[in-house]
Design a protein around this ligand. Structure first.
Ligand code: MEV
Length: 316
């Protein structure tokens, strides 16, 4: 039996623009997906255990059960099994990362599955090879456009500055508040929406991407030097530009404004693809409590995460 785990992520700055090669800064968080692989001669089974499900429905006419988190997890795990011609195995997945929320749950499942298979089947893949194969698989399952952000952060952990290339950066841990709307999002359709705006209005969208890239680059020394007030301003700038790209929603804005209006909040923005999912807020050193309360009062689900966590690893 082999167990591996991999972290979820927050994109601190630069989502969407990164799909066109502009710098974005992401970080691993202390929520993880775990995958156990064990021998099951003659069979191949995937078992999804606790996946932080938020939606579940039963169609009484067809008897079909629909739960996007479970279906997505199974889709991603089976893509990895197929890639490595795996057989005679049971794969069990569980995860603390809310699915379809912009927190990198599918990348974490792909990376953890690959890390467990790598050991169990003695595939001999390096960490770099796991990152690039995971990216390839995530991109295939999402049918096309995406950046290496989620799979790189999940594989290597810490902070990753992603453009056309991926660079790990050594930065201190931060506490970030996450607020989730009830609305799951579809990463692929949000990316498509932004990319078609870019084709239609390149003279408007390219400068927005460029400004977003400048924000990501400026954020790095601010985190290093603990200049959190300025970092909060950059989050607010980035949120305005994401709104201009059309990936904001009323529910996300309500959480962003609730967080900004709370005491001890330095800035807030959506994180990930938008169109639903989650936002993040940066608390001052006085703590997160007032932001957590404000987000819950605005009908969000709120929790605190730590940035800069460990990447994929084998568990004993
Ligand atoms: C999704 O978490 C972030 C996007 O930038 C897409 C990607 O980077 O793959 C929207």
């Amino acid at each position: 039996m082999t167990t591996a785990s991999a972290p979820g992520k927050v994109i601190l700055f630069g989502e969407h623009a990164v799909v066109s090669g502009t710098p974005a800064l992401g970080s691993a968080i202390n929520l993880r997906a775990r995958v156990i692989v064990e021998d099951l001669p003659g069979r191949l089974e995937i078992e999804a255990c606790n996946l932080m499900l938020r939606g579940f429905s039963l169609d009484l006419t067809t008897g079909r059960v629909s739960s996007p988190g479970v279906l997505d997890a199974i889709k991603y795990v089976s893509a990895v099994l197929k890639e490595f011609h795996a057989d005679g195995l049971r794969v069990k997945v569980d995860s603390d990362i809310p699915p379809a929320a912009g927190l990198g749950s599918s990348a974490a499942i792909v990376v953890a599955t690959m890390a467990a298979l790598n050991k169990h089947m003695s595939l001999g893949l390096s960490r770099e090879e796991i990152a690039s194969s995971s990216y390839k698989i995530e991109k295939t399952v999402q049918q096309g456009m995406s950046s290496p952000m989620d799979t790189a952060v999940s594989t290597f952990g810490g902070y990753q500055l992603v453009s056309e290339t991926v660079h790990g950066i050594d930065l201190p841990e931060m506490h970030i508040v996450v607020g989730c709307t009830e609305k799951e999002h579809n990463t692929r359709s949000e990316i498509q929406k932004v990319q078609s705006l870019r084709s239609r209005y390149p003279d408007i969208v390219e400068p927005i991407f460029c400004a977003i890239g400048a924000i990501s680059t400026r954020a790095v020394p601010l985190i290093r030097d603990n200049r959190l007030e300025e970092l909060g301003h950059l989050m607010n700038f980035n949120q305005g530009l994401l709104e201009a790209l059309g990936v904001g929603t009323r529910e996300l804005s309500e959480l962003v404004y609730a967080a900004r209006g709370a005491g001890h909040s330095l800035g807030a923005k959506l994180t990930g693809a938008g169109g639903g999912g989650c936002m993040i807020a940066l608390p001052s050193t006085a703590g997160s409590l007032s932001i957590l309360v404000a987000l819950e009062q605005a009908r969000g689900t709120a929790f605190e995460v730590k940035t800069g966590g460990a990447g994929m690893r084998l568990e004993t």
